[in-house]
Design a protein around this ligand. Structure first.
Ligand code: HDD
Length: 710
């Protein structure tokens, strides 16, 4: 064999044209794609054209490989270094570009151009994320969602590094590493991944009473968002707005989704995680690609020092909200996400948010969590991106001129030009300070001893936790009880379960009771010692509930339509027209992805094969089977799951009479057809179904399908 140059008998020069690419089969039978038409020639990083991207350089066809092959070495060297450290928190994220437009000027309060120039279009980038899971974990973990926003303003970059929850677990940044260590996988076993249902997390939380308000939020449906498009965002901390005279007004930033709020159920989240771990990123990608650009209003809560002093909580404490009923949220503008990234790594992975990125006219409050964050974000970017020059990466670079004497460092793209790299200088070159337009820190009066203490005004840990709980509808309260029971049932240690229930007694006795019964605790523990008694007179705040803020439309939601051979074509046309009229979306699901032959002989292509399109991926479903289709699908486990889950997850269900054998096999009998079912006998019935879907779920059914409801 030695000296033979062909591994098989394929011809060396057989050319197979495929589109713009000419394909040539090489000596070893491998495929070479030749540049032709508009396609560029493959090159090395040094710009040298590459002839063979499939074979290493060898001494003879079977001979040892030669180190001399600089192309091979460069390719593998680049590959070996592809990974950068993932974010220590918020590793799994997804981003998109957009534009912010102000509709109401805040010139009375601030000089920041981004908040004063009505109609000016400000480019921006948003990255949504989960917190605890690693980069490859799933989208539907029960977790807080990050909502980090970068505005490329004409006065420099402004970041709001927000979450979808308006409060945080801890009051002081020095606790952050412990909080995250406790939540992440345990250091010995490295599990559980992307979840808080384990001893370490609840051990830490039960020893940290200040986290109780946040716990009410994280155990609510807020941590199971249906998609990024249906989430609120909150800047959490108070910031300051500074006007032209140097006067300060406190501000809290809110993002309110135009499509309304929506979450999934826990059992649904578990199943979505298996079926489509990329559920949220796919949703964002698909909506932007289809031109259904998601939008959020930017809202502000504004209050002055005097008003702040009148609150019965300290607004500098990040475990507190300022209820919207006390200080309403003023909508001052809207942002639209309308452009996908060209490259995930370039943009979404390399984007570097820093809470310290603010512009003239905006300043920090004295929130100790915020100041701790200001150090952490800058520091982490150096570790992650490897150089203080991370601002030279296009996604991080301001869209205004950058002029300074910073220089050198790894990967520098932008050293100062000319001889002068210092200031002051007498060369008449280089940038200078500008006391008129430059950033001025707010000259807050500060006095005091240096102490490692927490203010007494931060010591009420339960009143707002209770406020959140009593503001929910009964069904939402039940979900909080269910979530706590589930999470604590995963704790091996009884004392941790007991310690948590002791805290719940300070929030709501009913909730503590539900969880104690759910866990079958041997006895009700004493309430946890509290520095301040819980206020039981706070009025409920409807803004805190998802269900109370009902949607006016089903826009942006997706209906799964199950069809099979023999399905009535007119029903499908009627339903899809009604869905489109609502600006909602649909997917056809069938036994074969190639489609189903409808009763008029047409072939309806499917988007999903039945076991690839379970009902958990849809907001509502339609089961439009003929007698023939129903008989066939009734034998299929995936089809049975489809109807069983749609029912169990309280979805609105459109059906044909002929589909009933499938429902029966899924355990849904005639008597179970409740107000959430709409029969589609004729095409015109579709409108009533889509209108019913605006309620998103048929909540009344939950009492029928859940043991915990007893
Ligand atoms: Fe943080 C990332 C939000 C407290 C330290 N955080 C990070 C991201 C978001 C938040 C959305 C992802 C940014 C991105 O998409 O790149 N973090 C919050 C909110 C907090 C909060 C709303 C409380 C109000 N964070 C917090 C504290 C510390 C950090 C108290 C440390 C003292 N956070 C970080 C970090 C991360 C981060 C380690 C990891 C990656 C990064 O910054 O860029 O610096």
């Amino acid at each position: 064999m030695a000296g033979k140059s062909r591994a098989n008998n394929k011809g060396a020069e057989a050319q197979v044209p495929t589109g713009d690419v000419r394909t040539v089969t090489g000596m070893g039978g491998e495929t070479h794609q030749l540049a032709s038409g508009d396609l560029p020639t493959l090159t090395s990083d040094q710009g040298v054209a590459i002839a063979d991207n499939q074979n290493q350089l060898k001494a003879g066809p079977r001979g040892p490989v030669l180190l001399e092959d600089f192309h091979y070495r460069e390719k593998i060297f680049r590959f070996d270094h592809e990974r950068i450290p993932e974010r220590v928190v918020h590793a799994r994220g997804y981003g998109a570009h957009g534009t912010f437009e102000l509709s109401e000027s805040l010139s009375e309060y601030t000089t920041a151009r981004v908040l004063t120039e009505v109609g000016e279009k400000v480019p921006m980038f948003v990255r949504f994320s989960t917190v605890l899971g690693n980069k490859g974990s799933r989208d539907l973990a029960r977790d807080v969602r990050g909502f980090a926003v970068k505005f490329y303003t004409q006065e420099g970059n402004w970041d709001i590094v927000a979450n979808n929850i308006p409060v945080f677990f801890i009051q002081d940044a020095i606790k952050f590493p412990d909080l995250i260590h406790a939540g992440k996988p345990a250091p010995d076993r490295e599990w559980p991944q992307a979840q808080t249902a384990h001893d370490n997390f609840w051990d830490y939380i039960s020893l940290t009473p200040e986290s109780m308000h946040m716990i009410m939020w994280t155990m609510s449906d807020r941590t199971l968002p249906r998609s990024f498009r249906f989430m609120e965002g909150f800047g959490v901390h108070s910031f300051r707005l500074i006007d032209a005279e140097g006067r300060s007004t406190f501000v809290k930033f809110h993002f309110k989704p135009k499509l309304g709020l929506q979450s999934v159920l826990w059992n649904e989240a578990v199943k979505i995680s298996g079926n489509d771990p990329d559920f949220h990123r796919r949703d964002l990608w698909d909506s932007i690609e289809n031109g259904a650009f998601p939008q959020w209003d930017l809202g502000v809560q504004l209050f002055d020092e005097e008003q702040a002093a009148s609150f019965d909580f300290d607004h500098l404490d990040s475990t507190k909200i300022v209820p919207e009923e006390i200080v309403p949220v003023r909508k001052i503008g809207t942002f639209t996400l309308d452009r996908l990234v060209d490259n995930f790594f370039h943009e979404t992975e390399q984007v570097a948010f820093c809470t310290q990125n603010i512009v003239p006219g905006i300043a920090f409050s004295d929130d100790p969590l915020l100041h701790g964050r200001n150090f952490s974000y800058l520091d982490t970017q150096l570790k992650r991106l490897g150089s203080p020059n991370f601002t030279h990466i296009p996604i991080n670079a301001p869209r205004v001129p950058v002029n300074n004497y910073h220089q050198d460092g790894h990967m520098n793209m932008r050293n100062p030009k000319g001889r002068v790299n210092y200031e002051p200088n007498s060369w008449g070159q280089g940038p200078r300070e500008n006391p008129e337009t430059g950033y001025k820190h707010y000259p807050a009066h500060v006095e005091g001893q240096k102490l490692k203490v927490r203010s007494d005004t931060f010591s009420d840990h339960y009143s707002q936790a209770r406020l959140f709980y009593i503001s929910q509808t009964p069904i939402e309260q039940k979900h909080i009880g269910d979530a706590l029971t589930f999470e604590l049932s995963k704790c091996e240690r009884l004392d941790i379960r007991q310690r948590m229930v002791a805290h719940l007694r300070n929030i709501d006795e009913g909730l503590a009771n539900t969880v104690a019964i759910g866990l079958r605790l041997p006895a009700m523990p004493e309430p946890a010692p509290a520095a301040q008694p819980t206020r039981t007179d706070l009025p409920a705040s409807d803004a805190l509930s998802i269900v109370k803020r009902k949607n006016a439309s089903f826009e942006g939601r997706k209906i799964g339509i199950l069809v099979a051979d023999g399905t009535d074509a007119k029903l499908v046309t009627g339903l899809t027209a009604a869905i489109e009229a609502e600006k909602a979306l649909f997917e056809i699901i069938a036994p074969h992805v190639g489609g189903a032959i409808l009763n008029d002989g047409t072939l309806l292509e499917a988007r999903q094969k039945i076991d690839g399109g379970p009902s958990v991926l849809y907001d509502a479903v339609a089961v439009l089977l003929s007698a023939e289709g129903a008989t066939k699908l009734a034998r299929d486990a995936a089809a049975q799951d489809f109807v069983r889950d749609a029912f169990g997850h309280l979805k609105f269900i459109a059906y044909t009479e002929a589909s009933k054998p499938l429902f029966a096999k899924g355990g849904i009998l005639e008597a179970d057809f409740d107000g959430g079912f709409v029969e589609l006998a004729k095409a015109k019935d579709a409108k009533a179904f889509v209108t019913a879907c605006r309620d998103v779920r048929y909540w009344a059914r939950e009492m029928e399908v859940d043991l915990d409801a007893d």
